[in-house]
Design a protein around this ligand. Structure first.
Ligand SMILES: [Cu+2]
Length: 596
């Protein structure tokens, strides 16, 4: 009991210190608590001590685990400047950098305008694969090595982009308007980021440079979904068909090659894909130059302005469990600014980071409205003053600058600067709307579900408790399929998170609704396989209560989602969207099967 009180006191002290000096103390906590085997051992010993002293050892462990997790979550979302204070090697058990790193905080902020990715132009028309008499718009996107200026004062950075940019050109289309994209691999034959040949699918007999593009959020046939094993090498391409029979939403395309996806995305292989429909048209939302995509991700650079991807201290296993950069880019620029008018804007936010959760707010404290989530419009706008977006989640926002003429407003990630809005002084007329209702949301009833699956999220550690792999449903990628929903059936998936991390779980092909999250005892589940709840079900936040394709499965919680498996029969995948996890087995194939 004494030990547990002491632990709580220390934890509380950490909390207070964290409030006072987030960079320094946060980094210290991160160092000691995150991915540090010794810290885990320390807490394991502490747990034993607590357990011996407490009447309820499971409860003692649970409290301790929650404390650890809270700290880790803070770190995931906000510890941007940590690398400036502690060497990277002290986080994540990484090797010290072999070359000097760029200090993003040494750069002048707001010297580059926010770039807006160009809208892709149709290259021609080709027969539809499903109706050969119909012609569909055809696009050709070439993955190429490019150079790009991430900041005025940083030398050009080598990236892999689509065409001549990263993020690549935006595809704009309408619901029901099918299209074809030829994704051409025109990359060099050598990878410039560290491939780990121990990772499944990236063995030494596989080429280092391979790619396959997945359109995240698309209801696409399986042969056009970018299955991770369907990668191809430079000189090859794949022609994919996107029918777009789905609601207006902002999707995004990115590489999905098995075992190196994390590296290809850091290299720059990503872009956005916007679907519109009449429901959205009718709402009179801000549009044209008043609708701006914000693709946000973190990176690390060396002093020469080149991308840096850390490796573990073990040269035989360079994989690291997470990648957190200290430089946050928006549409490919560091600290950009955007000149805006004092009126409403629609911002289409994508968290394109490998592992960082963004916790966004505006420096003047003004609130804004979220009108849509991953798979389109919410039933009604939700007023928020802070926004949590996990990797791969999208947030459709309306920000009204009408009362802020002449102000300079910073978009922040916790205490750290992301970009600047410069509101002009000129009076303007804003004819756009923020309707009080947006799109009806038919709820999928639990009574419609024909199957409920129990799906543990698992981390496997080595002897010093360093993570070596992460699993879904205790299964590796190449084990037989265990999830095989019937086409058009409804299932409830219980994501039982036994790890210390929050994992954004993504299902290909489908959209789903979050039912609830509920705290449980991981220890009891691990030992006895029994779900013992310790809290009441918590409904999703109002701004996640729409159609989703990625859900935060928080640690120590059972997250329940309800899914109708519509669209196509065939093989797809579901996975964690922390790309380091996904690459190291936290991904599983699943089959949508025909009804018998
Ligand atoms: Cu994960």
């Amino acid at each position: 009991m004494v030990a547990c009180s002491w632990t709580r006191t220390v934890v509380n002290q950490f909390d207070k210190s964290l409030m006072a000096s987030p960079n320094l103390v946060g980094a210290a906590i991160s160092n000691s608590l995150n991915r540090n085997g010794h810290a885990k051992l320390f807490f394991a010993c502490l747990f034993l001590f607590c357990g011996a002293a407490s009447a309820d050892p499971i409860l003692a462990w649970e409290k301790l685990r929650v404390s650890i997790t809270r700290r880790k979550f803070v770190w995931q979302s906000g510890m941007i400047g940590a690398g400036l204070i502690f060497p990277q090697a002290m986080r994540n058990r990484q090797m010290p950098p072999v070359r000097p790193l760029l200090d993003p905080n040494s750069l002048t902020q707001f010297v580059d305008p926010l770039p807006i990715p160009e809208v892709a132009r149709v290259s021609g028309y080709r027969p539809s694969p499903t109706e050969p008499t119909a012609k569909l718009p055809y696009y050709r996107f070439a993955m190429r090595q490019i150079e790009s200026k991430v900041h005025r004062d940083v030398k050009p950075t080598r990236l892999w982009g689509f065409g001549s940019s990263s993020p690549g050109p935006t595809i704009e289309t309408r619901s029901g308007q099918g299209l074809l994209v030829e994704w051409a691999n025109e990359l060099p034959t050598t990878h410039f980021l560290p491939v780990d040949h121990n990772i499944h699918g990236a063995e030494s007999d596989k080429p280092d440079v391979r790619a396959v593009v997945h359109l995240h959020g698309a209801k696409a046939p399986p042969e056009s979904d970018g299955y991770p094993e369907n990668w191809y090498v430079p000189g090859k391409s794949a022609l994919y068909h996107y029918p777009n029979n789905q609601d207006a939403a902002m999707l995004w395309y990115h590489d999905h090659a098995l075992g190196i996806n994390r590296l290809n995305v850091v290299a720059g292989l990503l872009g956005i894909f916007v679907i519109r429909d009449p429901v959205e048209d009718f709402l009179n939302l801000p549009s044209g130059k008043y609708e701006i995509p914000l693709v946000i991700y973190d990176r690390m650079f060396d002093a020469q302005g080149q991308l840096y991807y850390p490796v573990s201290p073990d040269p035989k296993a360079p994989w690291i469990p997470e990648y957190f950069g200290d430089a946050i880019l928006v549409n490919g620029k560091l600290f950009p600014y955007l000149e805006v008018e004092p009126r409403k804007y629609r911002f289409r936010v994508l968290n394109g980071a490998n592992g960082r959760f963004f916790h966004l707010s505006l420096s003047n404290g003004q609130s804004f409205h979220q009108i849509g989530t991953d798979q389109g419009l919410l039933p009604a706008p939700v007023s928020v003053d802070q926004l949590l977006v996990a990797p791969s989640e999208r947030a459709d926002l309306i920000v009204d600058f009408a009362d802020h003429a002449g102000e300079q407003i910073i978009l922040k990630n916790d205490a750290f600067t992301v970009m600047q809005f410069r509101v002009s002084r000129n009076k303007i007329k804003d004819a756009s709307s923020l309707p009080s209702t947006l799109r009806p949301l038919p709820r999928i009833l639990e009574s419609e579900a024909t199957k409920t699956r129990m799906l543990p999220l698992v981390e496997i550690d080595d002897r010093v408790m360093k993570p070596i792999t992460m699993l879904l449903n205790n299964a590796h990628w190449n084990m037989p399929v265990t999830e095989d929903p019937v086409l058009n059936s409804v299932e409830i998936w219980n994501l039982i998170n036994l790890t210390d991390d929050s994992h954004p779980i993504h299902l290909h092909l489908v959209r789903f609704q979050i039912l609830d999250r509920r705290r449980f005892e991981p220890f009891t589940f691990k030992v006895r396989g029994v779900l013992k709840y310790t809290g009441n079900p918590v409904p999703p936040d109002p701004n996640e209560a729409g159609w989703k394709d990625t859900v935060r499965a928080d640690p120590g919680m059972v997250t329940r989602i309800i899914v109708r498996f519509e669209g196509f029969v065939g093989r797809y995948v579901w996975h964690c969207h922390i790309l380091e996890h996904e690459d190291n087995e936290m991904m599983r194939p699943y089959d949508v099967i025909a009804a018998r």
